[in-house]
Design a protein. Structure first.
Lengths: 198, 467
């Protein structure tokens, strides 16, 4: 694996996005999925929410250039569209810290090398407040130590062990790892009645 | 040890344990469509990889197809381009495509079971969150993202962590006018939209056992709306009867051998679960959503709740939902005026769904000012409905009878809400902007309830029209 793909620490300015259960239709509305590539998705991230709320964080000058998104509970629920983490990544998001994540979104983000760290709800609240107060300060998402640091405060964070290992070893693109099984795949297929006419 | 279906299917498909601690899981059936696959094919090309088992991937076109006229080229040039790419990718990689001229096209989660591709004991994946639908036949079916579509194409495997298992028992008999949709909306209301994260759901209990296959498909379809990536019902006589004679189901003696294996994959009587939840089917009433996620619902006879009474983590979301919907706490949900009625989607566009709605619509008229659409889930559903004359019942009542596709469920085709319209919808998501208008509003309910609302021009209790 190339060193470029190892995700040990993500360091950057934060952008807070309050609210729970933010679904992937809101992250990237379906009409922007009418394309055979992911190109240009960053222009449409939170497209409708940003029109409906002029003070949406993604509209605010002070958060431009941020790379760490701070979110609430169950972020990324709903549609499995990988366009959602792709849109965030292409906008500049390199890591996400939040209360919790919907399962498919979490897997999709990890598959793009974007770590999603979970912290306690009170810490989400503190982080959002701290980022809003001083958006120029850098947050450190420490994948290896499972910690988030901002200023002199260190917050414990959780990352499922499998995702942590994939990020730390740069193996979050699973295809290469799965290909290694080779003949073992054929052996399992041979044992399945529905692949051999029962 | 007494194993669950999850245990047995997982074990049978385990290739190996990966260094990450995940399981390399063989995927027995891979379904693809035009929206989430083109980038995956491009990644394959860039990596110089082939499709490992092209005969285990099947494609259809559903999300972006127009439902008024399906003549090619489509008027929407982006939709046409996506279609061209899907056709080309399927040709290049030797994948069977159920195209618009096949008689077998339809919403991917409608055609899989209908063609007999979906079978008990299988692992199934598709780049669509409603893949959980296929669990109704006793399969383990997961929605996946595009990177994972690439993984399955290249290796026929996924790297997955085994989920925990929650059994959800629905006991007793459902009242007349109460449908599978009301059951799953009640489950999500009770357990919340994040209650299922990390779990698969096993649906059981006498009410589920009594359900026909199409009702089970509706239940499993919305597992993901409760946060659970997969949901299933153990295979039984209903499952086997449903599969018998379908085009891709085993035939003759092979069918009997298949039944023996399918039976053996069901959860053993003594198996245990990480959690068990029981609901009483008899107390479920027709359900309508009032908010912007599928957990925000009430019985049709109830009032919209007050955020002051919400659990603390939901209070802000309830307030936001009421503001978006322009509803007041304490307002009865019945009597809410509607502008659009939509009967369709992978949740509720099968023949029995159309029959239940037609039973309400028969001899009645859609209210003035209401735009009402019926969009069959597949070409086969459309043909079966037309053979029964169901389309005539709808047309005489003032519904538009459309061609198969995802349609107004998600606003990726020409069927969309306008402005602040309110839609009574048999689909699965009431998210902000979901039906194609950023400020459009969705009320989820059963197809029979949608038919009732379209006739009354407002939300009503369908049981009043069934008397």
């Amino acid at each position: 694996m190339s060193g470029d793909s190892v995700r040990r620490q993500i360091v950057g300015r934060g952008i807070p996005l309050p609210g729970n259960d933010i679904d992937t239709d809101r992250i990237i509305p379906a009409r922007f999925l009418k394309s055979v590539t992911f190109e240009g998705l960053e222009q449409h991230v939170f497209a409708d929410d940003r029109v409906q709320a002029a003070d949406h964080p993604f509209n605010e000058d002070r958060y431009q250039g941020a790379s760490i998104l701070v979110v609430g509970l169950n972020f990324g629920c709903g549609s499995s569209r990988e366009h959602a983490p792709e849109a965030l990544r292409r906008w500049g998001i390199r890591g996400i810290v939040g209360g919790s994540f919907a399962e498919i979104f979490f897997g999709n983000a990890t598959a793009l090398g974007v770590p999603c760290l979970a912290v306690a709800p009170k810490d989400v609240e503190w982080l959002m407040g701290a980022v809003a107060h001083q958006p120029e300060r850098e947050i450190v998402l420490d994948v290896e130590a499972e910690r988030v640091r901002l200023g002199d405060r260190t917050i414990p964070a959780r990352l499922p062990e499998a995702a942590r290992k994939q990020l730390l070893t740069g193996t979050w693109n699973a295809t290469a790892v799965l290909l290694e099984a080779g003949e073992e795949i054929a052996r399992v297929a041979q044992g399945l009645p529905y692949l051999s006419g029962y | 040890m007494d194993e669950t279906l999850l245990d047995k299917v997982w074990r049978a498909h385990t290739v190996k344990m990966l260094p990450s601690g995940q399981t390399q899981l063989f995927i027995g059936l891979h379904l693809i469509h035009e929206v989430t696959s083109p980038q995956a094919f491009q990644m394959l090309r860039e990596a110089g990889l082939k499709v490992r088992l092209p005969e285990r991937t099947f494609a259809t076109i559903d999300h972006i197809v127009p439902t008024a006229s399906q003549m090619r080229p489509f008027g929407d040039l982006l939709a046409e381009e996506m279609t061209v790419h899907l056709v080309r990718n399927c040709q290049e990689f030797d994948i069977r495509l159920f195209d618009l001229n096949s008689g077998m096209q339809g919403i991917v989660h409608v055609i899989g079971p209908e063609l007999g591709l979906t079978q008990p004991g299988m692992t199934i994946a598709c780049g669509d969150s409603h893949t959980s639908t296929h669990g109704a036949l006793g399969a383990l079916a997961f929605g996946i993202g595009t990177s994972q579509v690439r993984d399955v194409l290249a290796t026929q495997c996924l790297a997955m962590a085994k989920p925990k298992l929650r059994q959800i028992r629905v006991e007793g008999r459902l009242a007349r006018g109460v449908y599978a949709k009301d059951v799953i909306l009640s489950i999500i209301q009770r357990l919340g939209v994040k209650g299922g994260v990390g779990y698969a759901y096993e649906y059981a209990g006498s009410a589920v056992e009594a359900m026909a296959m199409e009702e089970r498909l509706t239940i499993c379809n919305m597992s993901i709306e409760g946060g659970a990536r997969a949901g299933y019902v153990n295979p039984d006589a209903t499952t086997f009867d449903y599969l018998r004679g379908r085009p891709f189901a085993p035939q003759g003696e092979a069918f009997d051998r298949a039944v023996a294996w399918w039976r053996s994959m069901a959860t053993a009587p003594g198996a245990t679960f990480d959690d068990v939840v029981t609901l009483h089917g008899g107390s479920i009433q027709p359900v309508v959503t009032w908010g912007i996620n599928p957990g925000q619902s009430v019985g049709v006879g109830d009032r919209i709740p007050n955020p002051a009474q919400a659990p603390e983590t939901d209070r802000a979301a309830w307030t936001e939902a009421l503001a978006f919907m322009d509803f007041k706490p304490g307002q009865p949900i019945a009597g809410t005026r509607i502008d659009v009625a939509f009967i369709g989607s992978c949740t509720n566009a099968r023949l029995s769904d159309l029959r239940s709605a037609a039973q309400v619509a028969r001899g009645r008229k859609v209210a003035k000012g209401v735009r009402a659409l019926v969009v069959p889930g597949s070409q086969a559903v459309a043909a079966a409905a037309e053979a029964e004359g169901i389309h005539v019942i709808f047309q005489e009542a003032g519904f538009e009878w459309r061609k198969a596709g995802c349609s107004l469920c998600l606003g990726m085709n020409e069927d969309k809400l306008k402005g602040r319209e309110i839609c009574a919808s048999s689909s699965n998501r009431n998210f902000k902007g979901r039906q194609g208008s950023p400020m459009g509003r969705t009320l989820l309910m059963s197809p029979a309830m949608v038919a009732a609302a379209s006739i009354a021009g407002e939300v009503v209790d369908v049981r009043e029209l069934l008397r």
